[in-house]
Design a protein around this ligand. Structure first.
Ligand SMILES: C[S@@+](CC[C@H](N)C(=O)[O-])C[C@H]1O[C@@H](n2cnc3c(N)ncnc32)[C@H](O)[C@@H]1O
Length: 291
């Protein structure tokens, strides 16, 4: 049997964080996600439930902040940012494609308000896990949500999506959240080639890790994150520099609308929440429209 890709295990972290955030008072939450806890396995649900105690929650956040200053807020705020952009674009969309969806709840939350088709793409192991999680939490996959097994390193994304009923002429919102760093440059480029022919009016939001961090030239205070992902597990491969994003997406016929780093997250989400948190330089979000 083929060995499980170690990147599949990374689907839990962002959802634990989103679930723990729900234990903050509503006005202090960085992200709203009432399904996050239900999508976690029982052991992690218990951990999340324990963080209803504020002292334990603050301890967990402080521990994360020690290993990667600003990363707690980055992960929560990137979810919020993508939810905001998707909500804005929704009236003019025909489909949503979530690349490397992991245990993200966005597709199922969306299915409660619209029957716009949602295609959730991930490695086969995580697609099987998602099917079982969604069935346990919601009694079955919502009719508008399709779960599509794809390995971006090996499979043709466009072909797999078409097999599941995706129509290339649909104005589509593509989400690629917390995934590009796990891929080789070849897989990132192959995915962008698949999205190059997206219908006019489509949108793409993706996150990326700074290339100077990936190359070990600047740790931004997160040496232990580097040790974990680059040295011990060796599962982070790809990075970009914020200055390169505009030209990089233009090569695939996308027009950059916004390139969002820590200042944006602080101004739009962290400061209004009144939380004493910083944002990290390591991970940025890019938002683009089909040219
Ligand atoms: C850190 S998780 C992010 C999950 C989700 N987007 C979120 O932000 O909550 C990274 C996801 O990328 C997926 N992934 C990594 N390498 C992949 C590949 N080669 N093909 C498809 N999915 C991949 C993993 O399985 C995992 O679900």
């Amino acid at each position: 049997m083929a060995r499980e890709n170690p990147a599949t295990r990374t689907a839990f972290g962002p959802m634990v964080l989103a679930a723990v955030e729900q234990n903050e008072p509503p006005q202090r939450r960085l992200v709203q996600d009432d399904l996050a806890s239900a999508f976690l396995p029982a052991g992690l649900r218990a951990v999340v439930a324990a963080t209803r105690a504020a002292w334990l929650r603050h301890l967990m956040i402080a521990a994360t902040e020690r290993s990667g200053p600003g990363l707690w807020a980055n992960l929560a705020c990137r979810k919020r940012y993508i939810d905001d952009k998707l909500a804005e674009a929704l009236p003019d969309l025909d489909a949503v494609v979530i690349l490397g969806a992991g245990l993200d709840t966005r597709g199922c939350r969306l299915a409660r308000q619209t029957d716009v088709p949602v295609f959730e793409v991930d490695l086969p192991e995580n697609i099987a896990r998602k099917r079982s999680v969604v069935s346990h939490a919601l009694g079955g996959t919502p009719p508008s949500v399709r779960l599509v097994p794809v390995d971006f390193e090996r499979n043709d994304l466009a072909e797999q999506l078409a097999k599941e009923g995706y129509r290339a002429d649909h104005r589509t919102f593509f989400v690629w959240e917390g995934v590009t760093q796990y891929l080789t440059e070849d897989a990132v480029r192959a995915t962008l080639v698949s999205l190059q022919t997206a219908a006019p009016g489509s949108r793409l939001v993706f996150t990326y890790v700074r290339r100077d961090f990936i190359e070990g030239r600047n740790f931004y205070g997160a040496r232990s994150v580097y040790r974990r992902f680059r040295e011990r597990q060796q599962i982070w491969h790809f990075g970009m520099l914020p200055d390169e994003v505009d030209a990089s997406v233009a090569q695939y016929d996308w027009r950059l609308i916004e390139n969002t780093g820590p200042d944006y997250l602080l101004r739009h989400y962290i400061e209004p929440s009144g939380r004493d948190l910083t944002a990290s330089e390591i991970e940025w979000s890019a938002y683009a429209a089909k040219a």
